[in-house]
Design a protein around this ligand. Structure first.
Ligand code: UFG
Length: 330
C-alpha cells in the first residue's frame, strides 16, 4: 500500500514540527510548507520541505499538484494574543484570508481532509471550571476570533462542498520531543514554561508572575498544560477518523487538570534542581483566571489518551531540550 501524504502548513513551527516528526514515525509521507517567518528550518528534519507562503495561492497550487496530499494539517498562524489586539488586521489576513487560499486550492485539486489548529481562546473567559465543546464560543481577542471565523468557514464548506474537517482546540501546548531533537523556540518568547526555563538557566534574571490576586487557591492563573507529542497523537487519530469516513467534528485537547503559575515554577525548580528568581507583577491584560479543558469527547470518539499528563514530564522534556538548545554546559 502506498503511504498517504500529509501537507503540514506551518510545519517548521513548534507544534507543526512535532507533528511532522510524529507523522513520519507513523509511516506517513509529509510535506512541510512554511515561510520560515516564525518557523525554523532546522526543526524540519523529516520529509519534504517547501519554502512557501500560504498567502501565495499560485505556489500552494503548484505544491498540491506536485505532492498530491491526501490531507492537510494547518498550523500556520499568528498566535500572539496581545499583538492581535494592537494589530488585528495581521490576524484576520494571516489566520483567516490565507486559510481561504488553502481551502480553495484543496477544492481545485480534490483534497478533502483538513485538520485545523484551533484554540481554547475561542471560548473567551469561561464561567465554569471544565469547558467542553458545547460551551459557547465567545472569544475576547482578535486571535481567538480569527480562529473561530475559520471554524465557521469550515462548517459552511462542509455543508456546501465535499470537504471534511476536524477542529482541534488546544489548551496550553508545552513540552518537547522526548529525545530532545526539537522543542519550543519562539521569537519573541511569551509562553510561561520556556520563560521559566530561561530564568532557570540564567538566560533571564527572573520570571515575572502576571497577577497574584486572582480568585484561585494561590492567586495565580490556572492553565491546562498538554504535551506537544500528545497533541500530535490526537492529530494522527483525527486523520484516521477522517480517512475512515468520520463526519466533520470539533475536539478539545487538554489533560483536564489545571496548574497555577506558581505550581509550574515549583515544578521547574524540582525538575531542574535549580533556584528560580521570581518577581510578582501586574496582571496581563486579557488573561482568563482559569482555563481547563474537558477532552472526554476526544477520548470517546478518537480513542485519545494523553501519554504524558504529568506536569513533571511536560516540564522535564522541555528542560532537557532547553539545556541542549540554549546551554549545553548546565
Ligand atoms: N505567565 C506569567 N508570566 C510569564 C508568562 C506567562 O505569569 O512570563 C502566565 C500568564 O499570565 C498565564 C499563564 O502564565 O496565566 C500561561 O501563559 P502563556 O502565555 O504560557 O499561555 P496563555 O495561556 O496565555 O496562552 C495560551 C496559548 C495561546 C492561546 C491562549 C488561550 O499559548 O496561543 O492560551 O488563552 F491563545
Amino acid at each position: 500500500m502506498t503511504k498517504k501524504t500529509i501537507l503540514i502548513a506551518g510545519g517548521a513551527g513548534y507544534i507543526g514540527s512535532h507533528m511532522n516528526l510524529a507523522a513520519h514515525e507513523r509511516g506517513y509521507s509529509t510535506v512541510v510548507y512554511d515561510n520560515l517567518v516564525y518557523g525554523h528550518k532546522n526543526a524540519v528534519q523529516w520529509g519534504d520541505f517547501v519554502l512557501g507562503d500560504i498567502a501565495d495561492a499560485g505556489q500552494l497550487h503548484l505544491a498540491f499538484r506536485h505532492f498530491q496530499p491526501d490531507a492537510v494539517m494547518h498550523f500556520a498562524a499568528c498566535t500572539y494574543v496581545g499583538e492581535s489586539v494592537t494589530d488585528p488586521e495581521k490576524y484576520y489576513l494571516n489566520n483567516v484570508a490565507t486559510t481561504l487560499n488553502i481551502l480553495r486550492v484543496m477544492r481545485e485539486v480534490g483534497c478533502r481532509n483538513f485538520i485545523f489548529s484551533s484554540t481554547c481562546a475561542t471560548y473567551g473567559v469561561p464561567r465554569q471550571f471544565l469547558i467542553d465543546e458545547e460551551y459557547p464560543q465567545t472569544p475576547v481577542n482578535p486571535y481567538g476570533k480569527s480562529k473561530l471565523m475559520v471554524e465557521n468557514v469550515l462548517a459552511d464548506y462542509a455543508t456546501a462542498f465535499d470537504l471534511r474537517h476536524v477542529n482541534l482546540r488546544y489548551f496550553n501546548a508545552a513540552g518537547a520531543d522526548t529525545q530532545a531533537r526539537i522543542g519550543e523556540d519562539h521569537n519573541p518568547e511569551t509562553h510561561l514554561i520556556p520563560l521559566v526555563l530561561d530564568a532557570t538557566a540564567g538566560r533571564r534574571p527572573h520570571v515575572s508572575i502576571f497577577g497574584t490576586d486572582y480568585d484561585t487557591p494561590d492567586g495565580t492563573c490556572i492553565r491546562d498544560y498538554i504535551h506537544v507529542d500528545d497533541l500530535a497523537e490526537a492529530h494522527l487519530l483525527a486523520l484516521e477518523y477522517l480517512f475512515d469516513g468520520g463526519e466533520s467534528e470539533s475536539f478539545n485537547l487538554g489533560n483536564g487538570q489545571g496548574y497555577s503559575v506558581k505550581e509550574v515554577i515549583d515544578c521547574a525548580r524540582k525538575v531542574s534542581g535549580q533556584e528560580i528568581a521570581v518577581v510578582e507583577s501586574q496582571r496581563r491584560a486579557g488573561d482568563p483566571p482559569v482555563l481547563v479543558g474537558n477532552a472526554e469527547k476526544a477520548a470517546r470518539v478518537l480513542g485519545w489518551r494523553p501519554a504524558m499528563p504529568r506536569l513533571e514530564d511536560i516540564v522535564g522534556t522541555a528542560w532537557t531540550w532547553h539545556k541542549k538548545r540554549f546551554c549545553e554546559k548546565i
